[in-house]
Design a protein around this ligand. Sequence first.
Ligand SMILES: *Cc1c(COP(=O)(O)O)cnc(C)c1O
Length: 398
Amino acid sequence: MILPDSVVRLAKESGTRPEPVCFFAYDLDALRAHVTRLTALLPDRCHMFYAMKANSQAPVLEALAPLVAGFEVASGGEVAKARAVDSDIPVIFGGPAKTEQEIAQALDAGVTRLHVESELELHRVSAIATEKGRDCDILLRVNLRGPFPSATLAMAGRPTQFGIDESALPSAVKLAKDAPGIRLIGFHLHSLSNSLSSPAHLEMLDLYRRKVEGWEREFDITCEVLNVGGGIGINYGDLDAQFEWEQFTEGLGALVADTFPEHWREIDFECGRFLTAACGYYATEILDVKTNHQTTYLIVRGGTHQFRLPSSWQHSHPFTLVETDSWHLPTPRPETYREPVTVVGELCTPKDVLARDVPVERARPGDVLVFTHAGAYGWEISHHDFLSHPHPEHHYLP
Ligand SMILES: *Cc1c(COP(=O)(O)O)cnc(C)c1O
């Protein structure tokens, strides 16, 4: 994997500074180019929102705001982050645990619509909107029966806390139609995460279409907006075999034009990982190299308390090794040569593993490992202060 020059330059500072190298870098130019290309391929009626839980750092949101249809948020804190970056950008608000305070805050902040996940939440939204003398546009989030194409995480088609069980939909729709302060304008169907197959994803959207057409007939309602969620994946195991976005959007164009009723005015995507993963790099300096029980370990500054994704998904995260000349001890510099290595962090737990059994040409203390595709669910999902090590630097490359 070819790294940006500026990331290599920062990595090569190893040995020239008091602390070992440890940083996140976000290539904002690459992010803008990537998202511009993705959204340009979207067919008519299709909109790309950014699910900011993947990475809600202000420079990332600022880079994305002009390029996406809006932000998808899942907490009052994210509503505030969206508004801090842009006072007008459309914001759509989902998540299974909205408090009354968050619902009120969302309405005051001019959120475009709420994705409602239960009947009790319908009552809450109705009461708060009515009190404010407002009408709130909502989508009902449905947890479909499935089965779904395979992906790393499934939010529907099996028991989860998300959405309204498909079998409970008749009563939820009736309530949504009758409750004051609420306008039911469609459905929300985010069913999986890290989907890697464009044909399988299209098939799922076709299933969504059949479901929603059926509900329109069954409940005598008109869907205006269909939110098909996020979940477009990144292939961390084989970087050359990524989700075929071009092929997907071609199929999507035909699917929407030929089969989606015209009154479905808006088809929303709300992707996180697929937008920001590739722009991020996590660089860690090797502190020690050792072999225990026939396994060779590279022990690095940092670890899963800063970059929890590989441990959370139980995968081996891809990295590129940057050799450096950093060595100042009088003893010979140890090295491992053409051996598979397991990369672990500085935490006192055997679970602090970033990559396992990866062949490398040569690795030495002072060299720097740069984990790529670290821009989504990296720093954001990590438990930063476990063991009280210093935090990594955050660099935003212009
Ligand atoms: C997390 C989440 C997303 C984004 O998921 P990605 O896999 O990052 O695309 C979108 N919608 C909802 C409701 C989510 O919870």
